[in-house]
Design a protein around this ligand. Structure first.
Ligand SMILES: NC(=O)c1ccc[n+]([C@@H]2O[C@H](COP(=O)([O-])OP(=O)(O)OC[C@H]3O[C@@H](n4cnc5c(N)ncnc54)[C@H](OP(=O)(O)O)[C@@H]3O)[C@@H](O)[C@H]2O)c1
Length: 286
């Protein structure tokens, strides 16, 4: 088993405490349950110690089984899951949490969960504040170590603070070189909210053949995917690339023996594009 020695962590605020989260983790969206089990096993073998699943991915069971069978204690793995849109609301969230814990392997094996996230704000439903209140209670009861959100715009984050007294610990948003989310990142940074990048490799699309990134990769003797993951790490993002391909799972973790220069970072910041978004706008996804 490879040792997990060199992944930096980011501090998540959790009431009066902080929780350390590995900055590089592993995502399993669009992976069938049994394939997710294989992929998570492979990822843990390579050295990943943070896994991102969700109720709606329908692979919590495979993910939990892989963690349970790993040659690594449960408490060395940072495990994230998410409350799906139809489960939002105070009571429904608590039920959804219980159901996720069951699928992940049961209370004794899994709790405390490391991170529970609201998957989308779904502003038309207007239930994310009640949802967050339930999550804070789960945290204060010791069932989950930190609570956060995904796909929240600054106005949604501010409303949580205004109505519950707390910002979420982390905001997981679409973020890659073609869609850099400067406004969201600035708001989060000013308010102590960690930023986590979903689709960090642009879902394996044409960003992986971008000539600017290719030039940097060539100079460093690395792949474009490794350069992109390194960019996320150097600008402070938590990053959770997904792959079901063992060689890529290893490649995406092999990013700690090189650094991008200031010039590289500057060149990559120039790739940001107003039409770079791949997924839906959070205000339109209800
Ligand atoms: N909160 C949210 O709303 C939300 C939304 C989307 C995603 N997420 C999370 O973020 C994670 C990552 O995002 P994502 O899965 O959308 O996309 P991604 O990680 O940006 O890209 C995954 C795609 O890139 C390919 N790939 C991975 N490594 C590669 C490499 N080294 N070289 C070439 N291709 C490579 C994968 O192919 P293979 O698998 O075939 O190797 C897959 O097709 C998800 O799994 C999920 O956990 C969250």
């Amino acid at each position: 088993m490879a040792e997990n020695t060199n992944v930096p962590t980011v501090s998540l605020s959790a009431g009066s405490e902080t929780v350390e989260m590995p900055q590089l983790g592993f995502g399993v969206w669009q992976v069938e349950d049994d394939q997710a089990a294989d992929a998570v096993r492979e990822a843990i073998k390579v050295g990943y110690r943070s896994i991102d699943t969700a109720k709606v991915y329908e692979n919590e069971a495979g993910t939990g089984a892989a963690i349970a069978s790993a040659d690594v204690p449960r408490h060395d793995i940072f495990l994230t899951t998410k409350v799906w849109n139809e489960d939002q609301g105070y009571e429904a969230t608590k039920k959804a949490f219980d159901a996720s814990i069951e699928r992940l392997g049961g209370k004794d094996a899994v709790e405390p969960l490391d991170l529970y996230l609201i998957h989308w704000p779904t502003p038309e439903k207007d239930t994310y504040v009640e949802t967050f209140k339930a999550m804070l209670e789960l945290r204060d009861a010791g069932r989950v170590r930190a609570v956060g959100v995904c796909n929240f715009e600054p106005e949604h984050l501010q409303r949580l603070k205004d109505e519950t007294g707390e910002f979420p610990a982390i905001n997981q948003v679409e973020l890659h070189p073609k869609f850099q989310q400067k406004a969201v990142r600035d708001f989060c940074s000013a308010n102590g909210i960690a930023v986590e990048a979903w689709s960090p490799l642009g879902q394996g699309g044409d960003i992986l053949t971008n000539p600017v990134l290719d030039g940097i990769a060539e100079r460093l003797g690395k792949t474009v995917a490794q350069v992109i993951i390194r960019w996320h790490l150097q600008i402070g993002n938590v990053v959770i690339p997904k792959s079901v391909t063992p060689s890529r799972i290893a490649e995406n973790f092999d990013v700690f023996d090189f650094e991008l220069t200031e010039d590289d970072l500057f060149a990559i910041s120039d790739l940001d594009s107003s039409d770079g978004r791949i997924g839906p706008h959070p205000n339109d996804f209800n």
